[in-house]
Design a protein around this ligand. Sequence first.
Ligand code: 5GP
Ligand code: MN
Length: 343
Amino acid sequence: MLSDNEINKLKQLLNQRKNIVITSHTNPDGDAIGSSLAMYHYLTKLGNNVEMMVPNSFPEYYNWLPDSEKIILYNKQSKNAQKILKEADIIFSLDYNALNRLGALSEIIKGTEALRILIDHHVDPEIENFDFCFSTVDTSSTGELVYNFITQLGDEKLIDKKTGEAIYTGIVTDTGSFSFSCNRPETYIITSKIIGLGVDAQKIHKLIYDTFSENRLRLLGYSISKRMIVWEDLHTALIYLTKSDLIEYNYKVGDTEGVVNYPLSMEKINMSVLITEKDNQLRLSFRSKGDFSVNDLTREYFNGGGHKNAAGGKTNEDINSFITRLKEVLQGYKHELNYKISL
Ligand code: 5GP
Ligand code: MN
């Protein structure tokens, strides 16, 4: 909740035709894109001059979102982005808790005088780096937080269908279509209000999840049948994809999204890890079900973080060394990983 004092200050700030830049994290997902667009629609309606910026490209299956083509990719337009940031009065940070989640863009932001506003739902936000923090960890998504932010500023009436579609995209993708991070009634109350605006939840689901290319579906099949290792005693499964696997299946941004969830559909598996060889590094994706915290694990051992049941990380090791180290690390969590979900 924002305090009355914060609400008054924010209302003043956001109603003065400011230059505002909305930023979100590297490898943007549905919540990064959805929450950015929702905030963009709102701030534009208030009369501000608003730009959106992310460090690198996002999956094509979010291109149907109105105004998504206006999102500036820093790795493709860095000069233009730097100019825009220099002139910014306010920078919004959506769906990330630490400036280093922006890669090269973080240094540029640190060098500006702009006021910084954080809206996020990750654990342990870097509050010292922001002037305003609107951050909770139990909220489904930053999309949901953007809805709350606008409502708390007394502007619920400004949430139109287009804004609702963007918020819904954040909620549906960050809850795995309402299968995790979705135990709070508020998420459904907001969703219900958004659907009331005419947002077509069924169509949005199809636009995001039923738009695979043939290559993407075959890559998923290959990942599970040829690249999955199961460590039964550790209740863990991992999938690894090499650079040449990705080339063979003509990998496009977003094609490995969701792959990490499949091993969790096995009853005996409580944690799943996806390793992809990208940009001369290993990208790591961790998921768990139940109480095991992959946020704690990735923070401690794998240069990452995220949420209790979904986190990411990275390493410069090669695939074999990483797998060996992962197995060693997990030996220390054998007991924590051994549980059965029950009501
Ligand atoms: P994914 O596995 O889908 O890339 O990410 C899962 C969650 O972990 C997301 O909420 C994402 O923001 C977070 N995350 C992914 N990679 C990193 C990382 O390198 N550092 C931190 N702190 N969080 C990450
Ligand atoms: Mn999110």
